[in-house]
Design a protein around this ligand. Sequence first.
Ligand SMILES: Nc1ncnc2c1ncn2[C@@H]1O[C@H](COP(=O)(O)OP(=O)(O)OP(=O)(O)O)[C@@H](O)[C@H]1O
Ligand SMILES: N[C@@H](CCO)C(=O)O
Length: 293
Amino acid sequence: MLTVRAPATSANLGSGFDVFGAALGHPADVVRVERASETTISVTGAGAEYVPTDPAENTAGVVARELDAPAHIRIDKGVRPSSGLGSSASSAAGAAVALNELYDRGLSDEELVWLAAEGEAVVSGDAHADNVAPSILGGFTVVTDGGITKIDADLPVVVCLPDIVVSTRDARDVVPDSVKMDQLVETVGNASTLVAGMARDDPELVGRGLTDPVVTPARAELVDGYDAVTEAAREAGATGVTISGAGPGVLAVCRHRGQRRDVAAAMVGAFGDAGVDARAYQTELGDGATFCR
Ligand SMILES: Nc1ncnc2c1ncn2[C@@H]1O[C@H](COP(=O)(O)OP(=O)(O)OP(=O)(O)O)[C@@H](O)[C@H]1O
Ligand SMILES: N[C@@H](CCO)C(=O)O
């Protein structure tokens, strides 16, 4: 039996819709695999009751099928589904890394990213890799058709998860079909600023680069209290705030680790004022999938 811990992730980071992603120090899924003649799946942990155990509908099961690696797969969810923290991607990433080793398939990390993205397609109808790439590789990742670039960034963050559900499918439905030239120029500028900030471990630049004039404003309507939470996090010292992935999680970048407590309390409080229960993860950019003993 093999066990892999695959971290939660935050995709988009505002200006990098479907391109940027970051691995979080915690939470994470733990995926255990054992050779079998047929794939079976069992799920425990956060939101387990909402995760399908039919291998054809579970992202980890799809990975096993694509790799022709049947297994008993046990998933302990640290990441609640429909969170914006790449819940479905963590399971796909963990399964890809574990099954590659279990069956000695010899795929590279980048090949595993594209394989795990096939698992994501079963959820959103689209094989986007912006969550599975950081969950496998760690750090901050840039995914394009041309390949994957990774930066090992050191950045303290808070991710606040309200007790509401936004499915990736619904959140993709509200994304505008087109952008104006001034929005394109602003987005390119912010995305470039963010990448420079990641390369320099500079929370000011990363925070500035989170701003996005197109996708985030459209999706903010789906997250009750979003504007107030953003303002509260900024007042508590965050350098920038955006929706994590497709939401409803909200990501805030902090100047230093000691600031995370105040930012987390401010975000949870603002959600509470809007009548929404929430919890916050005080974390940082972290490692990709790792084998556990
Ligand atoms: N192994 C899995 N873990 C979690 N969700 C899964 C899994 N396999 C299939 N799903 C389905 O995926 C959906 C959740 O995925 P979705 O992409 O909407 O949320 P997310 O992964 O938390 O968010 P995001 O991708 O925005 O960060 C749920 O409907 C769930 O049933
Ligand atoms: N880039 C994707 C991530 C969510 O899975 C989106 O925002 O729809």
